[in-house]
Write a protein that binds this ligand. Structure first.
Ligand SMILES: Nc1ncnc2c1ncn2[C@@H]1O[C@H](COP(=O)(O)OP(=O)(O)OP(=O)(O)O)[C@@H](O)[C@H]1O
Length: 220
């Protein structure tokens, strides 16, 4: 279960603080977080990923409180339990897709599992591109490869930042289906942050983030 409590964050010591709603998301459930540009969606997602440290409040996943972990411990915990589909793909550009996935397994202190890599790429419809470098992929293929990278270590939480922003309607539908299917198969929770109104009909549980200093968010 993903839980947050009284979360706030500021990019500088005396900068304005963002205050985020309390979440309590059970394993296997999906949540869509909507909000306009600049309202703090990426910031919230990075707090949920432990990539940013909270100013106040707490984040926990499956009873591990992020504040109890050192930086190195958080890195390992994230690699093992949290899959992130970043707004801009985080690949090692000089490596192929397959090599990127092997590196992700290594960083999670897992043995290389070539069968898992092949099966995942097959399910995502890009197995024929496994020896290609990221720069050689189309936008749709890149997004599928980003999903593979997020899922390779069987995370219990999948976080996706604007996963459909650069995709046409057909690819958007496919990517959302893939995320939902893969999350269901791994019994992972799925949190998507987006301003893409097309996704509103895809997820029954939604939360709207408001701009800094606007009315407070509801709690989920
Ligand atoms: N590293 C940073 N340092 C200082 N301010 C930042 C930093 N990153 C983001 N911000 C500011 O924090 C606010 C929220 O940014 P964030 O990226 O979380 O919003 P967002 O809702 O994801 O926006 P978008 O939809 O445009 O990606 C913005 O005003 C942004 O300029």
């Amino acid at each position: 279960m993903l839980q947050t409590n009284q979360l706030s964050f500021s990019y500088s010591k005396d900068g304005q603080a963002f205050h985020f709603p309390d979440l309590s998301l059970e394993k296997g459930k999906h949540l869509l977080i909507l909000g306009n540009s600049g309202c703090g969606k990426t910031t919230f997602l990075h707090l949920l990923a432990g990539l940013l440290s909270t100013k106040e409040g707490e984040v926990s996943l499956d009873n591990t409180n992020f504040s109890s972990l050192s930086g190195a411990q958080m890195d390992t915990f994230r690699a093992q339990h949290i899959g992130i589909v970043f707004q801009k793909p985080h690949f090692l550009k000089s490596l192929t897709i397959k090599e990127n996935l092997e590196t992700a397994q290594f960083l999670a202190k897992q043995p290389t599992d070539k069968a898992r890599i092949d099966a995942l790429l097959e399910k995502l419809g890009i197995s024929h591109r496994k020896n290609a470098k990221v720069s050689e992929l189309s936008e749709g293929e890149k997004q599928r490869a980003s999903i593979a990278l997020a899922l390779i270590n069987k995370p219990s939480l999948i976080l996706a930042d604007e996963p459909t922003a650069s995709l046409d309607d057909e690819n958007t539908q496919e990517v959302i289906e893939l995320l939902k299917q893969r999350a269901a198969e791994e019994n992972a929770s799925l949190v998507i942050v987006t301003h893409d109104q097309r996704l509103k009909t895809e997820f029954p549980t939604q939360l709207v983030l408001h701009k800094l200093n606007e009315s407070t968010h509801e709690t989920l």
